[in-house]
Ligand binder design. Structure first.
Ligand code: M6P
Ligand code: ZN
Length: 186
């Protein structure tokens, strides 16, 4: 039973959403198809299969007109120089858009539609908009801090992960010269 009217609290000391319903956790082993590195097994052993990110949710009814929300915490780190990131997805309902509000850290929002790729910097107080029909992935470009943002999207959007594998993002983000570089996928 979903409460009619609720609140959540982001705990910025612990980097968690208080009174969440559940969270989804993605480890390196869940993401071997998403990073560029070929020696991912070796990396997994080296990195002890660490947690890449967590998505904390307090659920709304999954019907048109309602809004879902989640706080995503992407840990700092790299896989063979490629910064930790989300899987990235398209919406099953291609008419659905999404908004991100950055809470902590620094990162990038990568957008993809057909052959077109865009990226936007995210840092605290920056609000980014994902138009309907665009695939979206977030990347933590900090070397030491978690990257945290809250997302709001229509509850009837749905997540299409297959499409982000079939039509991969046209850029990847690597550590370079003390910062990051957005490199074209050939
Ligand atoms: C944001 C939203 C969620 C999404 C999460 C992690 O919080 O877009 O819908 O689940 O990021 O991204 P992904 O599902 O692509 O791993
Ligand atoms: Zn989405």
């Amino acid at each position: 039973k979903i409460e009619a009217g609720f609140f959540t609290v982001f705990n910025r000391q612990e980097n968690i959403l208080e009174n969440y319903d559940h969270y989804e956790e993605r480890k390196l082993s869940d993401m071997h198809r998403y990073f560029a590195a070929e020696d991912i097994r070796q990396q997994m052993a080296l990195a002890n299969n660490e947690v890449i990110y967590r998505v904390y949710k307090k659920t709304a009814p999954l019907i048109a007109g309602e809004l879902e929300q989640a706080v995503t915490v992407i840990n700092p780190g790299q896989v063979n120089g490629e910064f930790f990131m989300t899987k990235g997805h398209y919406h099953i309902n291609e008419k659905c858009s999404e908004v991100f509000f950055t809470l902590k850290g620094e990162g990038l929002l990568l957008l993809q539609k057909g052959q077109e790729t865009k990226w936007l910097e995210m840092k605290p107080d920056v609000i980014t908009y994902i138009p309907a029909g665009w695939g979206h992935r977030t990347i933590n470009t900090s070397l030491s801090e978690p990257f945290v943002f809250i997302a709001f999207w229509p509850a009837n959007a749905g997540h299409n992960y297959q499409k982000s594998l079939d039509e991969p993002f046209g850029r990847r983000v690597f550590f370079y010269n003390g910062s990051y570089i957005v490199s074209k996928v050939l």
